[in-house]
Design a protein around this ligand. Structure first.
Ligand code: PYC
Length: 324
């Protein structure tokens, strides 16, 4: 029986399953990008066992802690989902840091994390003081800011034909590749999830057929639909590569959005942008310009929800995970 310890959290409704250790995978040498390649090539069953049904679900994102190769980093992390691997994950990084805080492994401060697409810096903020007379135990700090990798717009206003009409999208990098659409004409709300999912999926199929890609031919595997909202600067619906939608405002998607806003001169350094998700949760984002690069910082909160051991019985016909 294989045993895999896990800690589940959610960030604005989007779950992260943290695996602190999987020593048997022997991902000890090389950069985190090289470790991802080794995991993908030789141990992809691990991803499916941890994340797919019956132990997980399409919406879960996994975070495997690995030793960083960069001596300036305290942690290395590989993010994965129901169909593969992510470059970076904003909600996931907030979830990992809040989880490590819950476990008592870290205290408020800044931590450098090596991801497959570069180093990010996560700051765990101290908990606000408890109201006088309420409780004796300090709650674990769970508010986190993530200074992301440099983000940028690669293509502006690409025209795509859907259902006999033309919509437009920007292709932007925020640690993953996004296609960002405003003129979709749909209601971005929870009552409309099937329509949003089907539409976003068809948008992805359409621009893929057209040969639209990110830099160096990278697949643009996230679609982001925006609308106005009274509660924030913007509301989004983000369709992830495995057709699950992000319950959070998506940290890397918000970074891509901030990069587009900054490129259009619509967001100044230090100005706060409130991005709301389709379920109503909010990330706050800001940018800094460094050496001509746009560096987004995303702030949000994560909450731990479950802790335990996944058991993998060799005899189990669905033990390696299934997608239904
Ligand atoms: O928060 O960056 C994010 C993210 C990517 C996919 C799901 N969440």
């Amino acid at each position: 029986m294989k045993r895999i310890s896990f800690l589940d959290s959610h960030t604005g409704g989007e779950p992260t399953r943290l695996i602190e250790e999987a020593a048997y995978l022997e991902l000890d040498s090389g950069s985190v990008a090289e470790k991802l390649s080794e995991l993908k090539t030789n141990h992809d069953t691990f991803r499916s066992q941890v994340l797919n049904e019956p132990r997980g679900s399409d919406v879960l994102v996994g975070a495997l802690l690995v030793p960083p190769s960069d001596p300036a980093c305290q942690f290395g992390v590989i993010f994965f989902n129901n169909v593969g691997y992510l470059g970076m994950c904003g909600h996931g990084t907030i979830g990992v840091i809040a989880s490590l805080s819950y476990l008592g492994r870290i205290t408020p401060g800044s931590y450098r994390i090596e991801t497959p697409v570069g180093v990010v810096e996560a700051t765990l903020h101290p908990s606000p003081p408890l109201p006088r007379g309420e409780g004796v135990r300090a709650l674990y700090p769970n508010r986190v800011s993530v200074r992301n990798v440099p983000s940028y717009r690669h293509l502006k206003q690409v025209a795509v034909e859907i259902d006999g009409r033309t919509i437009h999208g920007d292709v932007a990098w925020g640690g993953n590749w996004f296609f960002l659409v405003h003129d979709h004409g749909l209601d971005v709300n929870l009552q409309n999830l099937d329509q949003l999912t089907n539409f976003a999926w068809r948008v992805r199929e359409a621009y893929t057929r057209m040969g639209i890609s990110g830099a160096d031919g990278h697949e643009v595997d996230h679609v982001e639909l925006f609308s106005e909202t009274p509660g924030a600067d913007s509301k989004n619906f983000v369709l992830c590569p495995g057709k699950a939608y992000d319950r959070s405002p998506c940290g890397t998607g918000t970074s891509a959005k901030l990069a587009c806003l900054a490129s259009d001169g619509k967001l100044a350094e230090g100005q706060t942008w409130k991005q709301q998700s389709v379920v109503g949760s909010i990330f706050e984002g800001q940018i800094q310009i460094q050496d001509g690069n746009i560096i987004p910082t995303i702030t949000g909160e994560a909450w731990v929800m479950a802790q335990g051991e996944l058991l993998v019985d060799e005899r189990d016909p669905f033990g390696n995970g299934i997608r239904v």
